[in-house]
Ligand binder design. Structure first.
Ligand code: HSE
Length: 334
């Protein structure tokens, strides 16, 4: 049995989703000859540490009943520095001002020679090159499929399955909150403010929903694609961004009557990094509704390849993290 020892740093919706999927997939993992042993779980109030492996069902129960997993007064950095393990799963709340705790945790993990799997966009949207250089210089693996499009497998699709293709451009809907708002504005002929409240009830909006509706969250994801797929050295501030807050239901209805839906589209290709509302023909592969994300990749050999999926959600995002973990464990054994 291959054992991979991991910490979960950040035990909010995504961190708890990771614990749930590790529990749920134990038999599946055993069939892969793999045990994912969680040696530490950390939230903002402290940690549980057990080098023999934490009982995740009990950790989840404690988090839900007491509001914290903490049994000892240790931080993420304490765990990353002092507890022997292979992979840091970094799921702390994102910070796009300076990268915050997530950036410090990832850099420390690389200093300690640990691998990192993360859903935390902020550090990558600000300091992608620094993080990749830190990972390379310590021989660590760095996987971040969950940062873009949640469960939608865009990065690993391009780097794995589409290997050999030149990627000419990527266009897509990278923010589920905006897609939900625009879809519902058209259905209900209602203002964006009314539909934002509904989107927040769905639990997918950022803590500060300005990041969603002004296109900043989509810009962060676009920049991660730009840097990881196109080799750019951009930050989200380099993206030309227009949000959806000035769109009226009347303009959407006029467009619809002409055969178009209004979508917030991110586009990256050589010399272009842009997030803006665009008119998409009804029935076009990019015209998905509700909270869905979608990405259409233009390639030189395969032509256009389009994928769609759930861009947010605890278990959905944890799915991408689990996939990255399994992929790292496979490489460990090569
Ligand atoms: N607020 C984001 C969205 C969450 O609506 O897509 C996932 O990054």
């Amino acid at each position: 049995m291959n054992i991979i020892r991991v910490s979960i740093i950040g035990f909010g919706a995504v961190g708890q989703g990771v614990a749930e999927v590790i529990l749920k997939k134990m038999d599946y993992l055993r069939d892969l000859n793999l045990e994912i042993k969680v040696v530490a779980v950390v939230d903002s109030r402290g940690a549980e540490i057990d080098t023999e492996g934490i009982d995740l069902a009990k950790a989840l129960e404690r988090k839900r009943s007491k509001g914290t997993v903490a049994l000892v007064d240790k931080t993420g950095l304490d765990v990353i520095k002092n507890i022997e393990h292979d992979v840091v799963i970094e799921t702390t709340p994102t910070n796009i001002d300076d990268g915050g705790a997530g950036l410090r945790n990832m850099l420390e993990a690389f200093r300690q020679g640990r691998d990192v799997v993360t859903s935390n966009k902020g550090p990558l949207a600000l300091k992608y090159t620094e993080l990749v250089e830190a990972a390379n210089s310590s021989g660590s693996k760095f996987r971040f499929e969950a940062t873009v499009g949640g469960a939608m497998p865009i990065i690993n699709l391009i780097k794995g399955v589409l290997a050999g293709n030149e990627i000419l451009s990527i266009q897509g809907i990278l923010n589920g909150t905006c897609n939900y708002i625009l879809t519902r504005m058209l259905e209900e002929e209602a203002s964006y403010e009314q539909m934002l409240a509904e989107a927040q009830e769905r639990g997918i909006a950022e803590t500060d929903p300005t990041y969603d509706v002004e296109g900043i969250d989509a810009a962060c994801k676009l920049v991660i694609l730009a840097n990881s797929v196109f080799g750019m050295n951009a930050t989200y501030k380099d993206v030309d961004v227009t949000g959806i807050s000035k769109i009226t239901p009347e303009s959407m209805i006029l467009a619809y009557n002409d055969g178009y839906v209004t979508k917030l589209i991110g586009e990256v290709r050589k010399d272009l990094l842009c997030v803006a509302p665009r008119l998409v023909p009804i029935g076009h592969p990019l015209s998905v509704g509700d909270t869905l994300n979608v990405a259409s990749v233009q390639t030189d050999l395969a032509g256009p390849v389009t994928i769609t999926g759930r861009g947010a959600g605890s278990i959905e995002t944890a799915s991408a993290i689990l996939s990255d973990l399994i992929s790292i464990s496979r490489n460990m054994n090569e």
